[in-house]
Write a protein that binds this ligand. Structure first.
Ligand SMILES: [Zn+2]
Ligand SMILES: [Zn+2]
Length: 760
């Protein structure tokens, strides 16, 4: 018997070992093994088991490239028949870390994203699970012996204590000592008399410990919600749940999961990392209690270890987590929910560059589970799949309890600027609306679209701007520590005394930052209580939750923030939402800029008027006619925007009408990155020529090699190629062919991103 093992090296290669007789009976795929490797002992996963040792190794066929040149086989041919394999040393854990279905998913990702199998395996497993230093936590547990031995001679005090312990049925030593105001030595004395046992027991490190979780009962669904639930329950294909903000999607998820649990199956709920707040977790824990496991980046190693093992053993059957939770080892998976399925954070931005929404669909197919993709503003990929019938569509077009969607007003900032000579931070219609809210004691959310927009130090005389020397972006001024910071590499510098070009000593600060907006707001409304939420104010561990709780409790009139406040928040007293710069994300070099802008505005607008009082939204913009802006303010809804945007994408041959991948060439040597990008672009173009020859179908298109929009980052020069083709498989085949023929030199890194979500 032999076994192929993936060892923790990104070689994209498996190593074959023999299996000694005594281990052969216990060996299963997915187990963690110990194997000899190059003079040391390594750990690796069993990926495939072969009953018979391989016989002679077939010769490597000669391969030729497009130009007829022989491609030398890169891998050394295996040794001839008769070679002896090294045996594996041990099985580290008899219970497999990966089920056969999860292994199938891992292999699928490795092939689809052209990533090494070892790196993909690592991405699918929390690092804490493999750390030798992380072990289950054990504490002493006290249990009364039943019945109490008749010959036990107890003092009256001991008798009373034993009665207390019997009443609560035992417990953790520390807790009992605290609760019954006794000492460990008193309890150990009871153990010596044989009336209780004190023994170590595994204690769960609970991420929800100390948080108040109120049990909830299912709410009554309205007819559209009930209809959606039935579509999900009966579906034989993925379901797109399109529900406007405030339409009660979470309650539909909860009831769909309840049905799955009744059938003895489990579920995974993916949420964007940013909205994985205690508020979200409490909703699931409130309904399903101990059966819920939470996986997210703020967990300690110990908590993560315990939660993962609770899932693996089947103790926890509902998993809530961000994109990596798609790999949770849930047994008998019945349903995967992807909430806010359009959210860009589902795309992993390092190898393997998977998209968790797409993986949800693939995993559900492999395991015969259902899948629900939910959003108020679906991705155009999912929307089109619903239009063509590949997905089932369930719509909830109204808010719950007859509540109305907010009225959305556009404020033309061009006109506002004419009134005062320069564009104000707050337009007069927004100030009037704010004033009204302060008078009525209602709350306001002000949103600053920070993407591509920050405070830049500029010389008014010669136009010089302060820029990071390692990255091709301007520095951002930070008032809190009065310095200039680079948001790409994190570097900082002091403010210059004078302009290095013209020695002028006066500077301008362009752009609005949250701090400046806060200052301007306080000038207009000195008595207003303002909470600011941005990367600076949430640096402390719990401050994100603290700020939101304070706002919910009515401790402030205005919440001012960036992207962080856009999603999923539900504040009943908010009746006004103002977006200070609605159009800044429109101008990104990104085929999805329009879609993202619309999604963001719709999500932010959705924060207004979620309870009885109706809401109002003001969008300040310089581009009131841009389709995404106009659509966000119209009552035509998402469908009208999607139809218009899809037509434009079709015309331009952009996703979802093609697959779009990027290749980014990074090097500290400018010419090296540029020349390799150019070489690849030309090779890919010749591949495309062959691919397209004589075909009527959709073409394979390759851009020229150009400087990436972020042309330099952390001292690395960046060049980019964009490839579009009918399928990812075609793109991967082309890129692999070139990589084989032209492996990258030492000083160059090539990052290949299939289904790239942005061009940066
Ligand atoms: Zn100057
Ligand atoms: Zn920098």
């Amino acid at each position: 018997m032999t076994v192929s093992v993936a060892i923790d090296l990104a070689l994209d290669r498996l190593f074959t070992y023999s299996v000694p007789g005594e281990l052969a009976k216990k060996l299963l795929v997915g187990q963690l093994l110990r194997v000899p490797f190059g003079g040391r002992i390594a750990r690796g996963f069993a990926l495939a088991v072969e009953e018979n040792a391989p016989a002679a190794v077939p010769a490597v066929p000669e391969e030729r490239d497009l130009f007829g040149n022989v491609i030398a086989p890169k891998k050394k041919p295996a040794k001839a028949a008769g070679f002896s394999l090294k045996p594996i040393l041990a099985i580290e854990d008899e219970s497999p870390f990966f089920s056969p279905e999860l292994l199938k998913l891992v292999r699928w990702i490795a092939a689809y994203t052209a990533s090494p199998i070892e790196t993909t395996l690592k991405a699918a497993l929390p690092a804490a699970v493999l750390k030798p230093s992380i072990k289950p936590k054990e504490l002493l547990y006290v249990e009364p012996v039943v019945p109490t031995p008749a010959d036990a001679r107890l003092t009256p005090h001991q008798k009373a204590l034993l009665a207390d312990f019997a009443r609560v049925g035992g417990g953790w030593l520390q807790q009992l000592v605290r609760e019954f105001k006794t000492s460990p030595s008193t309890v150990h004395a009871l153990a010596e008399k044989g009336v209780v046992t004190v023994a170590p027991r595994v204690s769960r490190r609970d991420p929800l410990a100390g948080r108040r979780v109120m049990p909830t009962k299912p709410l009554t669904l309205n007819p559209r919600q009930r209809q959606a639930l039935e579509v999900i329950d009966a579906a034989t294909k993925p379901v797109l749940l399109h529900g406007v903000t405030g339409s009660g999607k979470t309650e539909i998820y909860l009831q769909a999961i309840a049905r799955v649990l009744e059938r003895g199956q489990g579920a995974i709920v993916l949420v964007p990392e940013i909205s994985l707040t205690p508020q979200t977790v409490r909703r699931f824990a409130g309904r399903f209690g101990e059966q819920v496991a939470v996986l997210h980046s703020a967990l300690s190693d110990g908590e993560r270890y315990d939660e993962w093992h609770r899932i693996r053993t089947g103790e926890a059957r509902v998993v809530v987590g961000p994109r990596s939770a798609i790999f949770a080892p849930v047994r008998r998976l019945g349903l995967i929910v992807v909430d806010e399925e359009h959210d860009p954070s589902y795309k992993q931005d390092e190898t393997p560059r998977y998209h968790a929404r797409d993986l949800a669909v693939v995993r559900a197919r492999f395991e015969g589970a259902g899948v629900v993709l939910g959003s108020a503003t679906p991705s155009l990929e999912s929307w089109r799949n619903a239009q063509t019938g590949k997905y089932a569509l369930a719509s909830v077009p109204n808010r719950v309890a007859g509540r109305t969607l907010p009225a959305v007003h556009l404020v033309n900032m061009e006109q506002e600027a004419e009134k005062t000579g320069h564009p104000p931070i707050f337009s007069s219609p927004l100030l009037d609306a704010l004033h009204l809210r302060l008078e009525r004691g209602e709350q306001t959310i002000l949103f600053l679209n920070r993407r591509g927009f920050s405070r830049v130090l500029e010389c008014p005389d010669c136009g010089w701007t302060a820029q990071c020397p390692d990255c091709s972006v301007p520095y951002t001024y930070h008032r809190a520590d009065d310095c200039l910071r680079c948001h790409v590499c994190g570097g900082w510098t002091r403010l210059p005394a004078q302009c290095p070009d013209c020695q002028n000593r006066e500077f301008n600060y362009t752009g609005i930052g949250t701090q400046r907006a806060e200052a301007a707001l306080k000038r207009c409304f000195p008595s207003a209580r303002v909470l600011r939420m941005d990367a600076d104010s949430t640096a402390r561990k719990f401050s994100h939750d603290d700020i939101l709780s304070a706002f919910r409790a009515g401790k402030a009139d205005v919440l001012l923030g960036t992207q962080m406040i856009a999603k999923g928040l539900d504040f009943p007293n908010v009746t006004l939402v103002g977006v200070l710069n609605a159009d800044t994300s429109l101008h990104r070099p990104d085929p999805r800029a329009s879609e993202r802008t619309y999604q963001l505005l719709a999500q932010v607008s959705g924060r207004a008027g979620r309870a009885e009082k109706p809401g109002e939204v003001y969008l300040q913009t310089f581009a009131p006619d841009a389709p995404a802006i106009a659509a966000a303010a119209s009552d035509q809804g998402f469908g009208a925007f999607a139809a218009q945007e899809l037509a434009a994408r079709h015309q331009a041959y952009l996703p979802p009408y093609c697959r779009l991948a990027t290749l980014v060439f990074r090097s500290k040597i400018d010419e090296l990155a540029a020349s390799w990008a150019d070489l690849y672009a030309r090779s890919l173009a010749s591949w495309a020529k062959q691919f397209n020859a004589g075909k009527a179908g959709e073409p394979f298109r390759v851009s020229e090699a150009v400087e990436a929009p972020l042309a330099k980052a952390e001292g690395w020069f960046r060049y980019q190629i964009v490839v579009r083709a009918p399928s990812t498989r075609d793109i991967v085949a082309a890129v692999k062919w070139i990589e084989e023929a032209r492996p990258a030199p030492k000083d160059l890194r090539i990052v290949f991103d299939v289904d790239a979500q942005n061009l940066a």
